[in-house]
Design a protein around this ligand. Structure first.
Ligand code: IMP
Length: 431
């Protein structure tokens, strides 16, 4: 089955929305397989900016199927707000299906996220405060509330018991207030009716599409370094953005995937807490933030900026089994006289070439940089690789050499057209 997974190869915010949108135009179905409305995918169409948080990026293509997979946690209020925003703009949309096995993100998850973060003090993760961690905690603790429960009578009773229990935790443990159970039930009732027609066994939908030879795109949110297993734990999200997560979160086997693409920026950004060795505190970081408009799509927070880290990218290539890289925001580096790439770290013990498990260790690592000449030319209008300045091509080639991955596309601006294709991605996918 032609299945393509697209993942963030860094800390999220790599510009996956734009690349997914491009690939979605060539797929029949787009599936989100993890996360919730902590994600923020910006898609620019004809100068118009659309921000998606829960709905897959394929939604802009009528005639296609968009799936919210079982691996997601869904805040129904956020979902329908997003859907209504799109409908109000009179856009023609894809067919939306929601997994009957996905978990609902409820008001008490948001309250718990806030309370837990406040309690962590200096140890805080810097979550998006959308309730993601607590919703996944309930899922794994087998206390979750799945969408399919809305199809059965008596869900109100269970929700009432859950809300009461959470209120107890909020009060006794965190000294904060919860919502009255009746309020939570009323809130859920508001969205239950609307949600029911969308609910289905999405694994079956995907299997049927695959049997018809349709092309499926699995859209990762966040990024490899925020993965619960492979990221910079504990400064991670609570799901599995890496490629393996696509199988679990969509209900397909590994044989459903035949191409894995990693998206990375030409530099590095991070929101929230946690170390990253190439972070720039001074004017270079400020310049990247300004030129790259590095402010969170979901929370508006200023992103921390730094040079590209190839140790991290090599690691991402390994844990995702990447077949190729899509590099975004090359144009943001247009103004720099010199560009740095980190391809190792040093510490008292010598040179480190592999990404460590320990955050304490990572904190002590210093980046080893390779310096390249900048190009100091506007690349935003370039559409063919040969037309890029030689120094920019050298930079791209070095990323390819050090990671051992083919660079398949380069983005030089937010619009759909501002893309340099090095290889026809859809052909790669369907070889
Ligand atoms: P949570 O997913 O809200 O629990 O946040 C956990 C960590 O992941 C925090 O550092 C967030 O800033 C980060 N995070 C979550 N979603 C995104 C995203 O879509 N892009 C970038 N960072 C994210």
């Amino acid at each position: 089955m032609p299945g393509v997974v697209i993942v963030g190869a860094q800390f999220g915010d790599e510009g996956k929305g734009k690349m997914t949108d491009y690939l979605a135009s060539r797929a029949d179905c787009v599936v989100r397989y993890q996360g919730g409305n902590n994600a923020g995918h910006t898609v620019v169409i004809g100068g118009h900016e659309f921000r998606l948080h829960i709905i897959p990026s394929g939604i802009f293509y009528p005639g296609k199927v968009c799936v919210i997979g079982n691996g997601m946690v869904i805040d129904p209020e956020a979902l329908f707000q997003e859907l209504d925003d799109l409908l109000n703009q009179r856009l023609k949309l894809a067919r939306l299906c929601i997994s009957d096995r996905a978990h609902l993100l409820l008001p008490y998850h948001v309250r718990l996220d806030e309370a837990e973060e406040n309690c962590r003090g200096a140890e805080r993760i810097g979550t998006t405060k959308r309730g993601i961690g607590p919703a996944y905690t309930d899922k794994v603790a087998r206390l979750g509330f799945r969408t399919s429960e809305l199809l059965e009578p008596g869900w109100e009773k269970r929700l009432e018991a859950m809300a009461l229990e959470k209120n107890h935790i909020l009060k006794q443990l965190y000294g904060s207030e919860g919502d009255e159970p009746e309020q939570v039930i009323d809130w859920m009732r508001r969205y239950a009716e609307r949600m029911r027609p969308f609910l289905t066994d999405t694994s079956l939908v995907l299997a049927e599409l695959a049997a018809e030879g349709k092309h499926i795109l699995f859209e990762g949110a966040q990024g490899t370094m925020l993965d619960i297993d492979h990221g910079t734990y504990p400064f991670v999200t609570s799901s599995s953005p890496t490629a393996g997560g696509a199988c679990i979160g969509a209900g397909v086997g590994p044989t459903a995937v035949n191409l894995v693409l990693g998206v990375c920026k030409a530099y590095l950004t991070r929101v929230g807490e946690g170390n990253f060795p190439t972070e720039l505190d001074g004017p270079d970081g400020e310049e990247i933030r300004k030129r790259g408009r590095e402010f969170g799509t979901t929370t508006g927070r200023a992103r921390r900026c730094g040079w590209i880290d190839l140790v991290m990218l090599r690691y991402a290539a390994r844990v995702n089994g990447l077949n190729g890289l899509l590099i975004t925001k090359l144009d943001v580096l247009d103004s720099f006289p010199a560009i740095r790439l980190c391809n190792a770290y040093t510490c008292s013990g010598g040179t480190i070439r592999e990404f460590p498990a320990s955050q304490r260790l990572l904190q002590t690592f210093k980046p080893v940089y390779e310096d390249l000449e900048g190009w100091q030319q506007d690349t935003s209008g370039v559409r063919r690789y040969e037309d890029l300045p030689a120094a920019a091509r050298r930079f791209i080639e070095r990323i390819g050499e050090v990671t051992g991955l083919p660079v398949m596309a380069i983005s030089v601006g937010p619009d759909r057209e501002q893309t340099i294709m090095l290889q026809e991605l859809s052909r790669q996918a369907h070889k």
